[in-house]
Design a protein around this ligand. Structure first.
Ligand code: ATP
Length: 225
């Protein structure tokens, strides 16, 4: 089984997240992916953070309105059930412990998040436990594939291990005793949750940035005003 784990604040979930998970699922033939909202993100400001239950509900509504995701994407409340900050290492260990032994985990994350992974708790252990699928994040640096690959390589060598090298036959960075790191070019969608919160706060429309059901939910609950 090939399993994708896509964590985030999802404050709120948007079409950039949805398109990315859809394309990664297809590109890597993943059997299942989990969308995992964090309860207390260790790296983000919390002033605009919607209640975890509301963020979770918006993810449910978004997945339910996406035919391509309905069958193969599960919304996980594992981080919401844990107390304290939501550390990815704890989440990866959780999935390792509940999935069949031969499952292969892929942590899906944007380039912006990947390039600061050395600030995450027990990040070196992550490289032993899960493969990575890094996706481009429009608006962060260059959109040129070879420049992005170079930045990933420099970062891996400097902050993780000199032993990472690009394998042209496997199209990823490989290491003798760590898990591979893939870069996967999803269609660029320049949306962020920050932009959505700002638009709502300014009374502007967020149509086409989030699924209709999510937009309705935000309006009904009066979120991000
Ligand atoms: P915020 O603007 O509040 O910081 P965000 O839009 O970055 O939020 P997160 O929930 O923090 O959303 O993101 C979860 C993951 O999704 C991260 O790995 C992030 O890099 C990735 N991501 C977010 N938006 C996009 C996008 N438009 N395209 C590709 N990846 C994205």
């Amino acid at each position: 089984m090939h399993i994708g784990l896509f964590g985030g604040t999802f404050n709120p979930i948007h079409n950039g997240h949805l398109k990315a998970v859809e394309e990664v699922q297809k590109g890597f033939s993943l059997d299942e992916s989990y969308l995992i909202p964090s309860a207390l993100p260790p790296h983000k400001e919390q002033k605009d953070l919607a209640d975890a239950k509301n963020r979770m509900e918006m993810i449910r509504l978004a997945v339910a309105s996406c035919p391509a995701l309905m069958k193969s994407v599960t919304v996980s409340d594992v981080e919401l059930k844990r107390s304290g900050p939501s550390y990815t290492i704890d989440t990866v260990c959780h999935f390792k412990s509940i999935l069949p032994k031969d499952s292969r985990l892929y942590l899906i994350l944007g380039l912006d998040a990947f390039l600061e992974i050395d600030t995450w708790k027990s990040y070196m252990d992550l490289f032993m436990l899960t493969s990575f699928i890094v996706i481009p994040r429009p608006g962060t640096g260059s959109s040129d594939r070879s420049i992005i690959l170079k930045s990933i390589e420099n970062y891996l060598k400097k902050s993780i291990s000199h032993g990472y090298n690009y394998s042209f036959s496997q199209s990823c960075y490989i290491h003798s005793d760590k898990q591979p790191v893939f870069f996967f070019d999803v269609s660029p969608i320049n949306i962020s949750s920050t932009k959505i919160r700002k638009l709502i706060n300014q009374g502007m429309s967020i149509k086409s940035l989030v699924p209709e059901k999510v937009e309705e939910f935000i309006k009904t609950k009066g979120l991000y005003l």
